[in-house]
Ligand binder design. Sequence first.
Ligand SMILES: Cc1ncc(COP(=O)(O)O)c(C=O)c1O
Length: 380
Amino acid sequence: MLIPTSDFIGLEGLTHLCAGGETPMLKSHANAVNRFMGDKVWGEESRERFESTSQQCKSKIGQLLHVDAEEIALLAHSSEGVNLLAHALPWKSGDNIIVADVEFPSDVLPWKRLEKIGVEVRIVKNRNWSINLEDIDAAMDENTRLVAISHVSYFTGQRLSLSELADLVHSKGALLHVDATHAAGVVPVEAYHADTLVSSCYKWLLGVHGAGIFYWNRASLPDLEPPFLGWHTPLSIPEWNEPGAYTPRPDAGRFEPGNEGFISVYILDNALGRLLEIGIPSIEKYVLGLSSQVWEGLNDLGWEMMTPRESEHSAGNVCFMAENIKQVTDALEEKGIYIWGSYGGVGRARVSTHLYNSEDDVAKFLNAMKEIPVTHAQPA
Ligand SMILES: Cc1ncc(COP(=O)(O)O)c(C=O)c1O
């Protein structure tokens, strides 16, 4: 494994295959929290310390996403970033937005709200659990303003190529918005292909709730105005006798109306330090090795696989269909094996491998699966 289980709180002795849901806490996060608590006593200097950790964290996010740190805003969660964009773009009746049927609700609901003002949400259907670029292409027309899609699907585990998506979407004059929650921290994310991008931080990035990444491609969307304003959005804090004076900041701080969730940012900064030290290419190689073992093992047992087999089309999530997922997760939990499958009770299960997992974890999981009857067999 790339980080020993002993570096995490409570992980030893567990078979934790659910990084796509939540990851365990690094023990070193306690030092980050202590640092935050110590920094909070210094009056005005406290703020400088918070800001400096935030800048450091944004530099690391920039490194992770291959973009400029000034293009990163830290919001409360990734869902907030999607809503921010839905409010920020100037829509007109007749515009349409393309999403996929296997998207996370936070990546669809903010767009559905726009139907009230005449914006159409077109939902591209999967084929055998895969979303095809040709189908996205066919759904687009001259009124398509935005394609909003995940880099790696939370539901199927499919990984899409951001450069291919960007070529298609931009060739038609539309914008590309990406949810990189299941990609960032496990496979390389070249965010600059997108016009905007969000990611949660409490899964593959090893952080906690309360910090969500929003990337703003300043070159492609230079005029994107913040829809929510506060003391932090102007270039400088307005004078006391002119509290309504406003020129937006040139950096993505314009999308943060108030203080960031600094305690979560301290933790995220610590987590990113660890991930970047190991290096995303090494994490990708390691994780794909484990996820391909999971895929092969489940496929050999006869389960219906949802995730594509090819490494370039998958990441750390391996998903399969089960008639009653609760029966599967309960049987595994009795043996201290954790996967994730709580969407609708009937349906799919997600097995996630990350840098703290080992081949031994995969073997334990597959051995346990041998004792569970296959309830959703591969299609003939
Ligand atoms: C693809 C995807 N996006 C967003 C979220 C939710 O993120 P947040 O709580 O940061 O809004 C999830 C959570 O499971 C997810 O799977």
